[in-house]
Design a protein around this ligand. Structure first.
Ligand SMILES: *Cc1c(COP(=O)(O)O)cnc(C)c1O
Length: 393
């Protein structure tokens, strides 16, 4: 009989099967190891485990079997040598910077990153001596010009939130490497089902598992992925400082990942259909979705991503008042700032996720008062469109 080679598995199979381990009970669904510590056979084994001469679990802040299964599954999907799981997406970003940078180092970050990521860099890490420069996601010359001798890290999200701008990962990786820096990509919007940043030359992937990896809006979690030696200090920070993933959350994410590919395909189909419909509505002046021909980086997005993703944003004519009217007229879609849920969600970025950004900075970023973002869920497309019938009324 020919032995199955896991290396040959397709992504869908990796989602379902990679990383699974089983106890002597023979359970088919992976076990949740709710234990804070692990028992040793004797004092010598305890010493060998602590000394690193013998592999094995010690304490769940260091490693936990359920968390390890999640890490191995996500690493297989991203094509990463190594993965460390974290308590949230924000702690993944924190661990990445704390592990790889020191006081006096310089980070170049895209201006179009998650609002809390901006706060983390500007209000917290800056107090500890990290220098940060924010530049336009889509302007490679700006990245080149921002490089300093102490630049250690490039940090991007692509597609960006909420305007779905796309950067060329390979091009940015080349600029980072020329500067002796690493490129970190927050792959939360696409997940490995739609985009594989490491294959395109990125060094590090950040995830908020809270979003599409869970896929059902249940738990917070995150992950950092990359080469083993790059991740060593990131793991060292997590193990010591403690924002690690709980075994229960890891189990929820393991289950979520099993359906990642079919969910992302279905989210994407709905999102494209909704974006095309929105483009025809007279009350809308512009739709932002990488899967549309009208998107300025459509060709790049389609080269780099399997689909346009699940996030659609659009400008409603009439500014904030009209945007709020549209949101308040929905009866099914959830009015919440979260995304990555089976349930469609709708939000007004200018007064929620980006309300702490100054009005001038919002204008520079192109986030207008009429902008609405929908994270398109898994409901039937006709029901989603019907819930937005304010637009055709
Ligand atoms: C939500 C989000 C984060 C933060 O993740 P949490 O799990 O909420 O801490 C980071 N990056 C992006 C792109 C996100 O959408």
């Amino acid at each position: 009989m020919k032995k199955i080679n896991i290396e040959d598995w397709q992504p869908e199979t990796l989602s379902v099967r990679a990383g699974s381990e089983h106890t002597a009970f023979g359970e088919n669904s992976e076990a949740i190891f709710l234990t804070s510590s692990f028992v040793f056979e004797n004092a010598a084994q305890a010493a060998a485990r602590f000394g690193g001469q013998e592999p094995g679990n010690i304490y769940s802040r260091f490693t936990n079997p359920t968390v390890t299964m999640f890490q191995n599954k996500l690493a297989a999907l991203e094509g990463a040598e190594s993965c460390v799981a974290t308590a949230s997406g924000m702690s993944a970003i924190l661990a990445c910077v704390m592990g790889l940078c020191s006081a006096g180092d310089h980070v170049i970050a895209s201006r179009s990153i998650f609002g809390t990521s901006v706060q983390l860099f500007s209000n917290i890490l800056a107090r500890w001596g990290l220098q940060v420069t924010f530049v336009s996601l889509t302007d490679p010359v700006a990245w080149k010009n921002a490089v300093q001798p102490n630049t250690k890290l490039f940090f991007v999200e692509t597609p960006s939130n909420p305007l779905t701008e796309v950067c060329d990962i390979s091009e940015l990786a080349a600029i980072a490497h020329q500067a002796g820096a690493l490129l970190a990509v927050d792959n939360c919007f696409c997940t490995p089902a739609l985009q594989k940043p490491l294959d395109l030359g990125a060094d590090i992937i950040i995830h908020s598992a809270t979003k599409y990896i869970d896929g059902h809006g249940r738990c917070l979690g995150g992950a950092v992925l990359g080469k083993k030696d790059v991740l060593e200090p990131v793991y060292g920070f997590l193990r010591t400082a403690g924002p690690t993933m709980s075994a229960f959350n890891a189990w929820v994410f393991l289950k979520g990942l099993e359906t990642l590919h079919i969910r992302m395909d279905a989210h994407s189909r709905n999102a494209l259909a909704l974006a095309q419909w929105l483009e025809q509505q007279p009350k809308i002046s512009r739709v932002y979705y990488p899967g549309l021909d009208s998107h300025p980086q459509h060709a790049l997005a389609m080269r780099q991503q399997k689909t346009g993703g699940a996030i659609v944003s659009f400008d409603v004519k009439g500014g904030k008042e009209a945007a709020w009217q549209l949101i308040d007229a929905t009866q099914m879609i959830s009015i919440t700032a979260n995304l990555g849920d089976a349930k469609s969600t709708i939000t007004h970025p200018a007064t929620t996720t980006h309300s702490r950004v100054s009005a001038e900075a919002r204008t520079v970023a192109g986030i207008g008062d009429g902008l609405v973002r929908i994270a398109v869920g898994l409901e039937h497309i006709e029901d989603i469109k019907n819930d937005l019938s304010f637009l055709s009324s």
